[in-house]
Design a protein around this ligand. Structure first.
Ligand SMILES: CC(C)(COP(=O)(O)OP(=O)(O)OC[C@H]1O[C@@H](n2cnc3c(N)ncnc32)[C@H](O)[C@@H]1OP(=O)(O)O)[C@@H](O)C(=O)NCCC(=O)NCCS
Length: 240
């Protein structure tokens, strides 16, 4: 019997263990098959070609070394189920909604789905969603994500937010610095960018303190909460 040239496997989006298994067997992720699951759920499509190299498929977004990034004050690590409540609270705050795209508070079911799919999206190389944790108490303090929309340019984009009780302590700056260092050293990105609403002074100062510089003003880039569009100030840090 001849081996087929192409072998394809479809897996549920919320089954990262199965996704890790097929990566170990050399399967690469190709995309989403909408409504292709037994109950019409979306499935992730993985395939291996007979002439693909032996061994595991390359990981675009590797796991964090030792499972987390830390500077002793904050810990940044993948989402865990116990973070869901804090994450939901954070995403429901008006000032966080105002800086979200789209500028809407997500229903709880959407946050639950985001948690269920987060590891799969990381394994797919799309986004690394992480929690910012207070190193001393272990409490959830905020979130930060590295989105990998521009692989050809080796550019990633940051998004983040901190719960009010933890603001003003340098947590956002520390998390941005940790994730940017990981993005340069482990993901091998050349550019990390972050867009901020033109009046979001707190986020702009955070980026400046983390070594970012203004690259551009993107006119009408962001949807405004009440309708219309607002300008974004784009910040960048480059690996030199
Ligand atoms: C913006 C945000 C993430 C800052 O978090 P934080 O943990 O309080 O920020 P840090 O303590 O790390 O502050 C970093 C720098 O920014 C400054 N800063 C933070 N918030 C500020 C504000 N509202 N006004 C002026 N400066 C501010 C700090 O003073 C600090 O500068 P310094 O070291 O020179 O004193 C937080 O206010 C937040 O979650 N806002 C809502 C969501 C949001 O805007 N996300 C970013 C979308 S691009």
């Amino acid at each position: 019997m001849t081996t087929p040239y192409r072998s394809e496997i479809r897996l549920p989006l919320d089954d990262p263990a199965a996704q890790r298994d097929v990566i170990a067997l050399g399967y690469r992720r190709e995309g989403i098959a909408r409504g292709a699951g037994p109950e019409r759920q979306d499935m992730s499509v993985w395939a291996r070609l007979a002439d693909d190299p032996e061994g595991p498929a390359p990981r675009v977004l590797p796991d964090l070394p030792g499972g987390e990034l830390t500077d002793g004050v904050v810990r940044v690590r993948p989402l865990r189920p116990e973070d869901l409540e804090g994450w939901y609270q954070l995403r429901s705050l008006p000032e966080v909604v105002a800086t979200s795209v789209p500028p809407e508070a997500p229903p709880r079911a959407e946050v639950e789905r985001l948690f269920a799919y987060a590891e799969g999206r990381w394994l797919a190389g799309e986004a690394a969603a992480m929690s910012i944790v207070d190193a001393r108490s272990g409490s959830f303090a905020g979130q930060i994500a590295l989105y990998y929309f521009q692989p050809h340019h080796r550019e990633g984009m940051l998004g983040y937010g901190v719960l009010p009780a933890f603001r003003g302590r340098g947590y956002a700056r520390r998390a941005v610095e940790l994730v940017t260092r990981w993005a340069f050293n482990e993901v091998r990105l050349r550019r990390v960018v972050a867009g901020t609403a033109a009046d979001n002074i707190g986020s702009q100062k955070t980026l400046q303190r983390a070594g970012f510089e203004v690259e551009a003003r993107q006119i009408g880039m962001l949807p405004a909460p009440g309708g219309g569009r607002i300008d974004s100030v784009l910040y960048v840090r480059r690996r030199l």
